[in-house]
Design a protein around this ligand. Structure first.
Ligand code: UFG
Length: 326
């Protein structure tokens, strides 16, 4: 990449996008973020340039590609409420899927060939075998996951037909915050386990609902694979560098390869915050598999990805951020 080259970050005002933007800029890359700020935060884009915009607007996208010498795109933009995608699939098919086709169209028009795509373990659906490998069948069970899978399919077809080079990064459970507390996790509404439990620790909610204690797991609660947002951010940079070094288009899981139950996460939060986390057992949440744990050895081998944060550190950074911003 030359000095003049800029990386376009779509959805860079969101949780994972903003952490990736910070890491890229710290490493000396030039970035421009586009975000419609429907769920993102303008205050999270403290690095690089910012354009308030929407991928629905082809003309605006073209102006960005005209103004900047874009070398590559990291594509985060998309709604991420699994339950909502069930209730209102059109919102997801249009915003997440159709608008991605706009982005790919403008990339083609301007000869931009490299894209890192923010995919998800939700593309696998109900696991047949654990840990989940990249070769596991992809049968998503909600429109959110389906749209992510459709984008993966589009990238593969565009690669074959038009020479697009892509990396799909399939995240497991993103968690934690920037250790310098400049940015962190802030969703409205919040649906994720760790920020909700931290809200309880701060006294902002009376209790945590535990969705199901009757799963066939060690303590009856669901098992997930939590990965620090900065570990995810670094994987995006490695994936980009991999493509610039001539790496083949491919898909990689990004998880810690360790599974923790909801109860274990709550116990760790109690230990770190030194607060009681009152919890109430409620019924299962629709569409929650009992266990999701990654094999991420492919990213470790091919991208040379190294994980720096374990669960305690994930929760410690989330707690520091939450105390200041919760
Ligand atoms: N949970 C609770 N109570 C809550 C919130 C969550 O018990 O108030 C449980 C869930 O049932 C689940 C675990 O905590 O077992 C983690 O739930 P999150 O909502 O934090 O995360 P998910 O595993 O549902 O979702 C994450 C990403 C999605 C992605 C999905 C793929 O946030 O974007 O993984 O499985 F689609």
């Amino acid at each position: 990449m030359s000095d003049a080259d800029t990386i376009l970050i779509t959805g860079g005002a969101g949780y994972i996008g903003s952490h990736t933007n910070k890491q890229l800029c710290k490493k000396g890359y030039k970035t421009v973020t586009i975000d419609n700020l429907v769920y993102g935060h303008r205050s999270f884009v403290k690095w690089g340039d910012f354009v308030l915009g929407d991928l629905a607007d082809l003309q605006q996208l073209r102006l960005i590609f005209q103004k900047y010498s874009i070398s590559s795109v990291i594509h985060f933009a998309g709604y991420a409420y699994v339950g909502e995608s069930y209730e209102n699939p059109e919102k997801y098919y249009i915003n997440n899927f159709a608008n991605t086709l706009n982005l790919l169209r403008v990339m083609r028009e301007f000869g931009v060939q490299k894209i890192i795509f923010s995919s998800t373990c939700a593309t696998y659906g109900e696991p047949i075998q654990l840990p989940l490998m990249e070769s596991h069948p992809q049968n998503p069970i909600n429109p959110y996951g389906t749209c992510k899978l459709f984008i993966e399919k589009a990238l593969s077809d565009y690669s074959r037909a038009y020479g697009l080079q892509y990396v799909n990064l399939r995240y497991f459970n993103a968690a934690g915050a920037d250790p310098e507390c400049e940015i962190g996790e802030k969703h409205n509404p919040e649906t994720h386990l760790i920020p909700i439990a931290l809200d309880v620790a701060l006294g902002h909610r009376p209790h945590l609902n535990i969705f199901g204690m009757d799963y066939s797991t060690k303590d009856g609660t669901c098992i997930r694979d939590y990965i620090h947002v900065n570990d995810l951010a670094n994987a995006h940079i490695l994936a980009l560098e991999y493509l610039f070094q001539g790496g083949m288009s491919d898909s990689f899981n990004l998880g810690s390869e360790s599974g923790y139950s909801v109860q274990e996460v709550v116990d760790t939060i109690k230990k770190i915050t030194q607060k009681d986390i009152k919890s109430v057992s409620v019924g299962r949440r629709k569409g929650d598999p009992a266990s999701l744990v990654s094999s991420s050895s492919k990213a470790k081998q091919i991208l040379k990805w190294e994980i720096q944060y374990k669960l305690e550190e994930i929760i410690r950074t989330a707690w520091e951020w939450h105390k200041k911003n919760g």
